[in-house]
Structures are given as structure tokens and as C-alpha cells.
Ligand binder design. Structure first.
Ligand SMILES: Nc1ncnc2c1ncn2[C@@H]1O[C@H](COP(=O)(O)OP(=O)(O)OP(=O)(O)O)[C@@H](O)[C@H]1O
Length: 242
């Protein structure tokens, strides 16, 4: 008997927008289990809107969203966040006056005090980001942008999600911090984490991801395996990104 593993994410025919205006149209995409996939596209293309619709933060008009074969299309955002999907939003949104550790523990609230599970997840964050462990008692505001991004990714890891969504994690970071973050994402993927990454930096997306979708004008206009993107393909993507 052939058994197929369900995709971590399957989006089909998704149309959504703000008020009466549709911003994304008939979006279909998938992230296989353990795969890292990028959404590339210019400003205003609709990438963040796709992430918001997946998270249930935005009601969609048409289409279905499946996580691990479960249809989550109608679920409210707080149910989708609970163990299904975690989002690192653009700008990170940490509680800057709280300690690094408190920010991380907030990501594990759904564990409802299960100490063993919380400590296991905290250890895996500290293993990936030793600097986060070193600064665990400091207020988040005392950390650099790159370190704060690590805390934001760590907070997402604390919810042990089936799928991680990241919205432009490289934004505003220095080149060295971007490289650190890329390495962390590659390690997460190697650990089997499924990832959907919104990026404007094509080099970062190709370094981290197995596949890319190009979004333009609210539609998917191209899909490629990262390994198949040669110089000409790269030029085409750069042209879309302006
Ligand atoms: N809350 C909102 N209300 C109305 N329109 C919105 C809202 N948020 C975004 N839009 C519009 O939806 C379109 C897509 O925006 P979106 O943020 O999804 O694009 P993006 O590809 O993520 O771009 P960026 O890289 O600039 O974040 C834009 O035209 C934007 O002006």
C-alpha cells in the first residue's frame, strides 16, 4: 500500500483582502513536511496578506487551508496558533520591557504549566541560540536587532508548531546578523521543521529554502525549486522584485 505523508501546509484557491477589496487572488501553494519554502515578491505584492490569511487573522472569501491534512479554513486565529502554526511577524513584536526568558515562555503559554515540556522546548531554543540563553535575564530591549530576532524565532519554537511562518526576518538586520539568522533557519529545517518564509532578499531565500514562489499583484506568478534557479531565473526573479 502506498501511503503519502500529508503536506505541512496546503493552500488551495485562496482569495482574501481588506473590506471589499481582494488583495490576493486564487492562491494555491504547498509546503511539504520538513520543507522550507519562500514567498518572494515586491512591496505590496500580498505576501503578508497570505500569511495573515493562513493564520486566520484575516477572513478569506474563497479557498481552503490545510495543516497536516486538517482543514483549518474556518478556525479562529487563537485556535490556529495553538500548536498548528506560529508566526514571527514583521518587526518581531517582542515585549521589550520583559526579560528574554519571559518573552520565550509567553510562546509556550498553551502548555499550561507543563514544566517538562516547557523546559524541553526552552533547552532546544538555547541550544540553537546560545546568545539567547546568555541574555535570558536581560530585558529584550537591551538586545541588538539580530539578537531580538533570535528571541522572536525562539518564542515561535516554544509553541512547537507544525508550521513556522516568518515575515521578512532579515528586515533591518546587519549583514552578519542576517547570516546568523540564515544558519538558524537552515538548522531548524534540518531538524525537520516546516517553514514558510516571506523575504525580499532573494539570496537569503535561496540559501535557506528548497522551493520559492514569486508573488506579484496578489497572484503566484512563478514556482521553482531553489536548486533549479540559474542565472537567467535569478534575473527574472530580480525583475519581478524591481
Ligand atoms: N490593513 C489593511 N487594510 C487595507 N489594505 C491593506 C492592509 N494591509 C495591506 N493592505 C494592502 O494590501 C496590499 C498587499 O499588502 P501586503 O502587506 O500583503 O504586501 P507585501 O507583499 O507583504 O508587501 P511588503 O513587503 O511591503 O510588506 C497592499 O496594496 C496594501 O496596501
Amino acid at each position: 500500500m502506498i501511503t503519502t505523508t500529508p503536506d505541512a501546509l496546503g493552500v488551495s484557491g485562496l482569495t482574501a483582502g481588506y473590506g471589499r477589496f481582494d488583495v490576493i487572488h486564487d492562491i494555491s501553494l504547498r509546503v511539504a513536511r520538513g520543507e522550507a519554502v519562500a514567498l518572494l515578491g515586491p512591496n505590496g505584492a500580498g505576501k503578508t496578506t497570505i500569511l495573515r490569511a493562513i493564520m486566520g487573522m484575516l477572513r478569506h472569501k474563497h479557498g481552503t487551508i490545510r495543516i497536516d491534512a486538517n482543514d483549518i479554513s474556518g478556525l479562529p486565529a487563537h485556535k490556529i496558533a495553538r500548536g498548528h502554526v506560529a508566526l514571527v511577524p514583521e518587526g518581531r513584536r517582542l515585549f521589550l520591557n520583559q526579560t528574554v526568558e519571559d518573552n520565550l515562555r509567553l510562546g509556550g503559554l498553551h502548555l499550561r504549566g507543563d514544566r517538562a515540556a516547557t523546559e524541553r522546548l526552552l533547552s532546544s531554543v538555547f541550544e540553537l541560540f546560545p546568545v539567547v540563553e546568555r541574555y535570558r535575564t536581560r530585558p529584550a530591549t537591551a538586545l541588538s536587532g539580530g539578537e531580538q530576532q533570535m528571541v522572536a524565532i525562539g518564542r515561535m519554537m516554544m509553541s512547537d508548531p507544525k508550521l513556522m511562518l516568518l515575515d521578512e526576518p532579515s528586515l533591518g538586520l546587519a549583514p552578519l546578523a542576517i547570516q546568523d539568522m540564515a544558519r538558524a533557519l537552515i538548522t531548524l529545517r534540518e531538524r525537520g521543521q516546516s517553514i514558510l518564509l516571506v523575504e525580499q532578499r532573494v539570496d537569503l531565500a535561496l540559501q535557506v529554502c528548497d522551493r520559492v514562489y514569486v508573488v506579484n499583484g496578489g497572484r503566484i506568478v512563478r514556482e521553482s525549486a531553489a536548486s533549479e534557479i540559474d542565472a537567467a531565473g535569478r534575473e527574472l526573479i530580480d525583475a519581478y522584485l524591481g
